[in-house]
Ligand binder design. Sequence first.
Ligand code: COA
Length: 157
Amino acid sequence: MLDPLHVDDADAMVRVLHDAALYEYTGGEPPSVAQLRRRYTAQVVGQSPDGAERWLNWVIRLQPSGAPVGYVQATVEEEDGARTAEAAWVIGVAHQGQGCAVEAAAAMIEWLAAQHVRTVIAHVHPQHEASMRVAARLGLSRTDRSEDGEVRWERML
Ligand SMILES: CC(C)(COP(=O)(O)OP(=O)(O)OC[C@H]1O[C@@H](n2cnc3c(N)ncnc32)[C@H](O)[C@@H]1OP(=O)(O)O)[C@@H](O)C(=O)NCCC(=O)NCCS
């Protein structure tokens, strides 16, 4: 289940995000509760200061317990009336390999399509097998474009 992010989610999400392994391909390190609360406080604003980007964040919860296991996010930009979403997915180590990322990101893409997003992109490290599998399962195709060492994947909706 996808639940829009709240600042108070930081208290539980800090445990989901505490494994250093989560940052192997993306960089960064496990956040403290204070860091996560600051990050979430910025994210829940929902848009960049100039209004050019929408920031959409959801906590992924197991059913029926409601326990948080990760998050998906999309940054939506509009150019010449066409909306593009940059997507990302993170699942806590204890819950990986159970289809959570694909199920959650597919639900997010369905939601984005209903918001008239026409292109979904993701930047994935070329050795990150799990994330490349997620992108492929979501119908994104690998392109020959790269940014900061990460390959651009994309899908037209
Ligand atoms: C990438 C990530 C989100 C995948 O989450 P997940 O819930 O384990 O993924 P799923 O269970 O939905 O599996 C999706 C596919 O990846 C495959 N997969 C999962 N872990 C894998 C691994 N370590 N190596 C290779 N393939 C893997 C699964 O077999 C599945 O493929 P299949 O459908 O062909 O069998 C998770 O590994 C993660 O959070 N990594 C750290 C954060 C990160 O780097 N996110 C990406 C930034 S865009």
